[in-house]
Design a protein around this ligand. Structure first.
Ligand code: 5GP
Ligand code: ZN
Length: 119
């Protein structure tokens, strides 16, 4: 069923506490944790606790949780004191866009200058 935990999903295992992660925030619907391979001084992933393969399918199934994730992204930026300088939020969607983990996740990047376009 849509949203149910998947046994073979790394981020479902982080939600369940079966794989360790540096969790920086948690709500009823979301978890935010530091990326294992950070691309900026702040690089946090905000994920839904429910399993959806990407942001598009999450938006279809449960748009309120997309709003929850966006609200949490700002709170991460404030908590890490990178909000003033500006920060970037990215949902890589599909392998051609660089998605490698197929449990929806929002990258929150900040703490350094960020170029646009990202390449
Ligand atoms: P994607 O490429 O799918 O947009 O992003 C997946 C992100 O998950 C990557 O930035 C990668 O470094 C991160 N990642 C992969 N495995 C782990 C892990 O076990 N723990 C944490 N904290 N991050 C991970
Ligand atoms: Zn999952």
């Amino acid at each position: 069923m849509a949203g149910e935990p998947q046994a073979d999903c790394l981020f479902c295992k982080i939600v369940a506490g079966e794989v360790p992660a540096t969790i920086v925030r948690e709500t009823e619907t979301t978890v935010a944790f530091r990326d294992i391979n950070p691309q900026a001084p702040t690089h946090v992933l905000v994920i839904p606790k429910s399993h959806h393969p990407d942001a598009a399918s999450l938006a279809d199934a449960d748009p309120q949780v997309i709003a929850d994730i966006m609200r949490e992204a700002r709170k991460v930026a404030v908590q890490d004191k990178v909000e003033d300088r500006g920060y970037r939020v990215v949902f890589n969607t599909g392998s051609g866009a660089g998605q490698t983990v197929f449990h929806a996740h929002l990258h929150v990047l900040g703490g350094r200058g960020l170029q646009w376009p990202p390449g």
